[in-house]
Design a protein around this ligand. Structure first.
Ligand SMILES: NC(=O)C1=CN([C@@H]2O[C@H](COP(=O)(O)OP(=O)(O)OC[C@H]3O[C@@H](n4cnc5c(N)ncnc54)[C@H](OP(=O)(O)O)[C@@H]3O)[C@@H](O)[C@H]2O)C=CC1
Ligand SMILES: CC(=O)[C@H](N)C(=O)O
Length: 262
């Protein structure tokens, strides 16, 4: 009998993270749930233990606080049962670029980029040693779209996509699977937390549908999963255009359009 690995999920107290927790528990995985709201995590953990008979640990952590982040890194480094990391905790942007203050910028970048990267880095050496493991990073389609008016949030999510693609290239030869999941607008608390009135937005995916689709991508070992993208060819075209651009970079020579004439 094979033992299923434990799944550590950040931002598990609500929305996408809580839904991942339910889905992995349903599959029989033990869980480690991370977020700031301990009471909410405790309630979810009790429900999942009762419904699915899995073991669930709760770790209260504010991932923007260095000591809390270090505690979760230590757990990922030392707990050999953890075989899947779901890097989900994230924060959206309230207002445009000109409305941002240093604290808001720090929180966005620290949670969406620094914490996600450090947690992936904490678990990677152990995964490399065992030759197995999976990292799921939650990005966003906003990472493709400076047009959406959330420049910092979108930039953090573009980072998540780039990092995930880079890690998949670097780590998959050693048995580690890295998936970037890029949701479009999904009905969760993120909108309210950011002070965005989403009540008028009719075009929203339900969180159950989003996570179920993301898990189809996970089971297929896709590198990039975009549940709301209907024409898969669009993504493939973007990827081949990007790779074509790389092959057209000729480092030793300035492109003709930048050469001064006369
Ligand atoms: N909903 C959407 O439309 C989309 C969401 N996403 C991404 O999905 C991910 C999950 O968001 P979603 O489920 O929608 O939103 P929610 O607001 O429902 O969930 C966010 C989770 O992150 C946790 N969290 C927030 N701040 C911190 C912190 N400082 N330290 C630790 N945990 C924290 C929250 O818990 P607590 O408050 O208890 O700490 C909560 O569990 C995010 O990365 C988001 O960017 C991407 C595209 C679309
Ligand atoms: C608030 C948002 O922008 C949302 N989380 C998204 O990524 O689409």
């Amino acid at each position: 009998m094979t033992t299923l690995s434990t799944v550590l999920i950040t931002g598990a107290s609500s929305g996408i993270g809580a839904t991942y927790a339910e889905r992995f528990a349903r599959r029989g995985h033990d869980l480690v749930l991370v977020a700031r709201d301990e009471a909410r995590l405790d309630t979810l953990a009790a429900n999942l233990r009762a419904s699915h008979g899995v073991a669930v640990d709760v770790l209260r952590a504010d991932l923007t606080h260095p000591d809390d982040l270090a505690t979760i890194e230590t757990r990922l480094r030392d707990d050999g049962r953890i075989g899947i990391l779901v890097n989900n905790a994230g924060l959206a942007q309230s207002g445009g670029f000109a409305q941002q203050n240093p604290g808001a910028i720090d929180a966005l970048v620290t949670l969406n980029i620094t914490a996600l990267t450090r947690l992936a880095a904490a678990v990677t050496p152990r995964f490399l040693q065992s030759g197995t493991g999976a990292i799921i990073n939650i990005g966003s389609v906003v990472g493709f779209a400076p047009e959406f008016g959330m420049a910092i949030y979108g930039a953090t999510k573009a980072f998540v996509l780039f990092l995930s693609q880079g890690l998949q290239l670097e780590l998959s030869p050693y048995g580690i699977y890295v998936q970037a999941v890029l949701p479009a607008a999904t009905r969760t608390e993120i909108w309210q937390r950011a002070g965005i009135d989403a009540s008028a937005m009719s075009d929203m995916m339900e969180v159950d549908a989003l996570v179920d689709a993301a898990l189809v991508g996970f089971d297929r070992r896709e590198t990039v999963t975009i549940p709301a993208l209907h024409g898969e060819g669009r993504w493939q075209a973007l990827e081949s255009a990007r790779q074509g651009l790389l092959s057209d970079l000729k480092q030793a020579h300035v492109a003709e359009r930048y050469q001064r004439k006369g």
